[in-house]
Design a protein around this ligand. Structure first.
Ligand code: K7E
Ligand code: CUA
Length: 764
């Protein structure tokens, strides 16, 4: 849509006088009519009322879901179940410019394996940073199962800041799980592999293949994992699975499941029964108990050696220092979940219909008394089940994961085979309620369910199959997250949400008011490096600099032009674009897309990003802003001209497509005078109210003042040309004057609307 000047102006004026006259013409239908027409029951209405969030409304909780093989994180609100954002983590994502600008490419490059770019991840378990066992809303961690990696997302701007590669594992699953003050982030291996990177035959599986659990040290001051201070427990080649960190009395300890403690290696093509047969022979597997507190003291005391630059605690050292124990656990276990008070640990085995509740007190006593029933083949002491178990409860077929309620002793366990949630009491050992879900639940999440003080209220079940729940969209179905009300005695199913982006494994949910995300960056900010960018550029300081074969373009973006609008280089040059978004207003992001060079940037207010590429082929490469940022957004454009080597310009200059007269100039001046009247009225409204009490409005006013400043300069140029009788340039500059005015008015009107909607007070 292209607006002509007159339309835009009348639109602005219309907006000014039209505000406040909101429509009240609601439809005449009654609630009963709608229920009848849509076949809704009273129960449906109740469920709808519990999830419906009126326009402009906010959610009480924000959920961060793993995005499975999309390598991303999905953010949605609870109870509305509205998707708010996809966070790019392990996978390039064009909307956020992730993997397209130099800064985020550097983050992805941290995740290379053996020098190879890995452009996807299989994300499983997100975890919030914690203080005293409570979510503090500052960071989110998430693991990659396929390529053993861990990522750090800063919740200040919801951007991925760091990816670390596990120094030993070739696969992992038991991460991210954080210790109560985010001292460490746990990451346990899954499929055993040799620690070295070379070939080791499967015949040496028992001797050379290993599992393990890495404790990544988190540096809270800089918000990054510190590989140099992280350490790994060497563990037997049992397939370690999920983990959880102890808290309260079990603080300082970590718990890690395993399956296939048979150490079976399949090989159908060699005539061997498959993994699934050999990995489910024994009646029990092993829960690994590791003392990270004591291990970190050994590391600090210089008593742990580094292997390939990383601290590794060999099994023998862990045993001699008393850091590692095993307890039998139900066959083929999946989840391990420590209770909010740190006193109990619940483990369910997929091939056992019981959930097993362990007592930390008993485990601690067994360790203190050196009371073991034997040792595994690697010499690790095994605590007898009877010396560790509090109770076993029959919860259903294929129990997986458990979440804790705000109500004491109450938990919810996902029952995969039976497709249901079982609510039960782990103190008394009895089932309280069961609810069918659709279909085949994996993880489940209760509000702040992993913290030391869960909120309860809602439960989301993450179902592995959707089957017939949604309109069909082909053989690949979306996932289904079901929202369940757990505030009463009986669970109530409220809502089905299709989730079409990979298979989410786990979700964590935090009280929304704990998150304090920014709406803009400090001017000239390198968001991935968390510092002022070396390439930041202020208004009026745009420049193009040649440095040998590299051409650096220091540009800016502001409604509605890209500076520079023409970039000239020679074929063979390396071009390094650096763009700073000069806007301060909320949600005023500009994009930058360039033909044929795989360059696509997202430049949020204040941000500086770069894109470097080789201009190999002479040609004309248009570029433009990809965000509909203003009425003249389509004119936010330019040309990269890649000239053949030694090219000499022939034409005397750009030929004007349109010639202007004095009458054109005067007409434009008249329009500008009218527009100024609109601006003045908006300014009068804003300044007569307490706008300084609203930071959002202050930012808009600052941006408007910038635009008005540019307008003044353009007006001066127009008048100078008019005085010389050059009405061509006078008209064009008067037109530019008007463009700045329109943007000033646009910002001003947004500020005015904001003040009206937030009941600003008159101050004069
Ligand atoms: Cu799919 Cu925790 Cu990786 Cu269970 S995980 S279902
Ligand atoms: Cu900036 Cu469109």
């Amino acid at each position: 849509m292209k607006l002509n000047k007159k339309h835009t102006l009348s639109l602005l004026v219309g907006l000014t006088i039209g505000l406040g006259a909101a429509s009240s013409a609601y439809s005449q239908q009654s609630l009963q009519d709608v229920m009848k027409a849509r076949g809704l029951t009273e129960k449906d209405l109740l469920a709808a009322a519990k999830t419906y969030t009126p326009t402009g409304g906010r959610d009480e909780y924000i959920a961060f879901s793993s995005g499975g093989q999309s390598g991303q994180v999905i953010v949605y609100g609870i109870p509305s179940m509205r998707i708010l954002k996809y966070l790019a983590v392990f996978t390039p994502e064009p909307w956020q410019g992730y993997g397209f600008d130099d800064e985020s490419k550097a983050v992805l490059a941290q995740g290379r394996i053996n020098g190879k770019d890995i452009n996807f991840g299989d994300t499983h378990h997100p975890a919030f940073s914690e203080t005293g066992g409570e979510y503090n809303g500052r960071y989110l961690f998430i693991n990659d199962k396929a390529n053993p990696r861990m990522a750090v997302i800063d919740l200040h701007d919801f951007e991925t800041k760091q990816i670390v590669v596990n120094p030993f594992f070739k696969n992992e699953h038991g991460g991210a799980f954080v210790t109560p003050n985010t001292e460490y982030v746990m990451e346990a291996a899954q499929y055993a592999a040799p620690y070295e990177s070379g070939f080791v035959p499967l015949e040496e599986f028992n001797e050379k293949y290993r599992g393990g659990v890495t404790y990544w040290k988190f540096d809270d001051k800089i918000g990054r994992l510190d590989p140099s201070q992280s350490f790994t427990f060497e563990l037997p080649p049992y397939s370690q699975d999920l983990s959880d960190a102890g808290k309260g009395p079990s603080m300082g300890w970590g718990f890690t499941n395993s399956f296939c403690s048979e150490r079976y290696v399949g090989g159908i093509e060699r005539g061997r029964p498959p993994f699934e047969a050999g990995c489910s022979q024994k009646d029990t597997d092993f829960l690994h108990i590791t003392n990270w507190k004591k291990a970190s003291e050994l590391v600090a005391a210089g008593k742990v050696s580094k292997v390939n630059g990383s601290y590794l605690i060999p099994i023998e050292q862990a045993l001699s220092e008393g850091l590692l124990y095993l307890v039998p656990e139900p066959k083929s276990p999946h989840g391990v979940d420590v209770s909010p008070d740190g006193m109990h640990i619940i483990v369910s085995g997929k091939l056992d219909s019981h959930a097993w509740v362990y007592s930390w007190e008993k485990i601690q006593a067994a360790i203190a008394n050196n009371q073991f029933e034997g040792k595994d083949p690697y010499g690790i002491p095994i605590i007898a089940l009877k010396d560790a178990l509090h109770t076993q409860v029959q919860v259903g077929l294929g129990p997986l994961h458990t979440q804790y309620d705000a109500k004491k002793c109450v938990v919810y366990t996902s029952i995969y085979v039976d497709s249901m949630v079982t609510k039960w009491d782990y103190c008394e050992g009895k089932v309280l309620d069961q609810l069918n879900i659709h279909y085949n639940i994996g993880h489940l999440v209760a509000m702040e369910g992993d913290s030391a003080s869960p909120d309860g209220k809602y439960l989301v079940s993450l179902n592995k199959l959707a089957i017939d729940r949604f309109n069909p969209v082909g053989p690949l179905h979306p996932q289904n997250h079901q929202l369940i009300d757990i505030s009463g005695d009986k669970m109530q199913l409220l809502y089905d949400m299709p989730l079409p982006l990979g298979e989410p494994h786990y979700v964590v949910a935090i009280k929304a008011d704990k998150l304090k995300p920014a709406v803009r960056y400090q001017s000239g900010w390198d968001s991935r490096g968390d510092k002022r960018s070396d390439f930041r550029t202020r208004a009026g300081r745009e420049k193009v600099e040649r440095d040998g074969d590299t051409v650096h373009v220091y540009g800016t973006l502001i409604r509605s032009h890209i500076t520079p609008e023409i970039i000239e280089v020679e074929e063979g040059d390396t071009v390094s674009l650096h763009f700073t978004n000069l806007e301060r207003a909320e949600d005023e992001t500009h994009g930058f897309a360039l033909y044929g060079q795989n360059v696509n940037l997202s430049v949020e207010p204040g941000k500086t990003v770069s894109a470097t590429f080789k201009a190999e082929k002479a040609g004309v490469y248009p570029y433009y802003c990809t965000e509909f940022c203003s009425a003249l957004h389509l004119e936010m454009q330019g040309y990269l001209l890649v000239k053949p080597k030694g090219y000499q310009a022939k034409a005397a200059g750009i030929q004007e497509g349109q010639l202007y007269t004095q009458a054109d100039y005067e007409k434009q001046v008249k329009t500008n005078v009218d527009t100024q009247a609109v601006i003045d009225s908006v300014v009068a409204f804003i300044t007569s109210h307490n706008y300084k009490d609203f930071p959002e409005v202050v930012a808009l006013v600052e941006d408007a003042t910038d635009q008005l400043g540019f307008a003044g300069e353009a007006k001066k140029k127009a008048e100078e040309f008019a005085a010389q009788g050059d009405f061509q340039n006078a008209t064009l500059w008067a037109g530019q004057h008007w463009q700045y005015q329109v943007k000033t008015a646009d910002l001003g009107l947004r500020a005015k609307t904001f003040l009206e909607e937030h009941d600003a007070k008159k101050i004069k």
